[in-house]
Design a protein around this ligand. Structure first.
Ligand SMILES: [Zn+2]
Length: 101
């Protein structure tokens, strides 16, 4: 069964996906990356929410910030994901706004 999304629908799906990234599996990440690619949607900062190498969401990974760089040590494969730190970075990893339930 093939389902076709419009670009807007795909974007919504991706946003929804990343709002609950911690509960996703690398397999899910792979799928959403494929969807984004097929629709020419850039993931941008959302790519920083999962490991570059094993695609595991950064749930219990350790995050270090120094010298304008951010390093996330993957909790799954120990790969060091490193980016230049930008002011407007959005990790979506808020620990204080679990307002629901
Ligand atoms: Zn990893």
């Amino acid at each position: 069964m093939k389902q076709k999304f419009s670009k807007t629908e795909a974007e919504e799906k991706i946003t929804e996906f990343f709002s609950d990234i911690k509960r996703k599996t690398p397999e899910d990440v792979k799928k959403i990356k494929k969807l984004a690619m097929s629709k020419n949607i850039k993931l941008g900062d959302k790519r920083k929410l999962f490991c570059k190498k094993c695609l595991s969401p950064h749930g219990n990974s350790s995050i270090k910030i120094n010298d304008g760089f951010i390093t996330i040590n993957c909790g799954n494969c120990s790969y060091k994901n490193r980016w230049k730190l930008k002011k407007e970075i959005d990790f979506g990893l808020h620990s204080h706004d679990d307002g629901c339930c």
